[in-house]
Write a protein that binds this ligand. Sequence first.
Ligand code: P6P
Length: 344
Amino acid sequence: MGPNKFSREVITLTEFIIARQKDFPFAKGDLTSLLNDIAVAAKIVTREVRKAGLVDILGEVGAENIQGESQKKLDVYANEQFISALRHGGVACGVASEENDDFIGFDEQFYTGTTYVVAMDPLDGSSNIDVNVSIGTIFSIYRTLEPNRSASLEDFLQAGTELVAAGYVIYGSSTMLVYTTGRGVNGFTLDPSIGEFCLSHPDIKMPETGSIYSINEGNYKAFSEGVQHYLNWCKGIGEDAPEKPLTGRYIGSLVADFHRNLIKGGIYMYPPTKSAPKGKLRLLYECAPLAFIVEQAGGMATDGHRRIMEYTPRELHQRVPYFVGSKHLVEKAMEFLKQEAEAS
Ligand code: P6P
């Protein structure tokens, strides 16, 4: 009798994480529990994102976050959901968030003195909420510098090379959770009918090159000559430019642009401008976690000169220029910026 036509090899995120736990001989299951706490919060946020256009959850709550950006209700809601899941999950002893000026240490009563802190952007790209464009959550997981005590600022100010795990959730045509613990990158798609993230993109590898470049071209005049020359190269302008120009795709939502480029190949850039000499994106909870993922998938992430993973943050909301994506495209950008530096 042939295979049961109804049998379907569905591997849930929980099953996958537990199975992978065996990769960590000394794992006590804390990281497994922490990743599941994040997944639960992502499901709750999904529910609200999916009905954002229907319920009076749009519009501005009136507050402003440290970035001076007006907070949308969904920003605040997502931030609260992730912080609550982490606090009550009992594994992390603190969280740093784009939406909070300082980090939040959890009272001893909630955590068993284990050894993780989480840095996150709870809802990146939230200016797109009102126009139904994909948005995302980005998270980093570090071990505390010492176990069994409350979180300290230094626990968050660690280089990307110290990351234990990193991932993102994209609330798009479907909700996906993509993460790495340093042993490859795997993507899970939420099946609302069973309320589970199911393995849909095993062992993601980023194409070594690609035909997409993502950047806010409105800032062209504010970019350095090296960036302008690279952009012209992408468009097929210049002696060694590609025969077929690349395609510009920029949705104004980092997670959405990053995810598309991860799957199809491409480069995302947020270079320095005169008004933002360090670029716009945050090292701790945007650039470093996505750098971990992209390197695990075979891509690159730099500030145009230096590997992002080697940066040690000086403060929680430090900005850094960002060039992330397919190896050959990032290397080409670095070539132009190196020529510019040598000529100056
Ligand atoms: P700009 C959203 O605010 C964000 O942080 C990223 O998600 C996005 O790629 C970028 O900023 C868009 O910034 O200056 O091009 O509008």
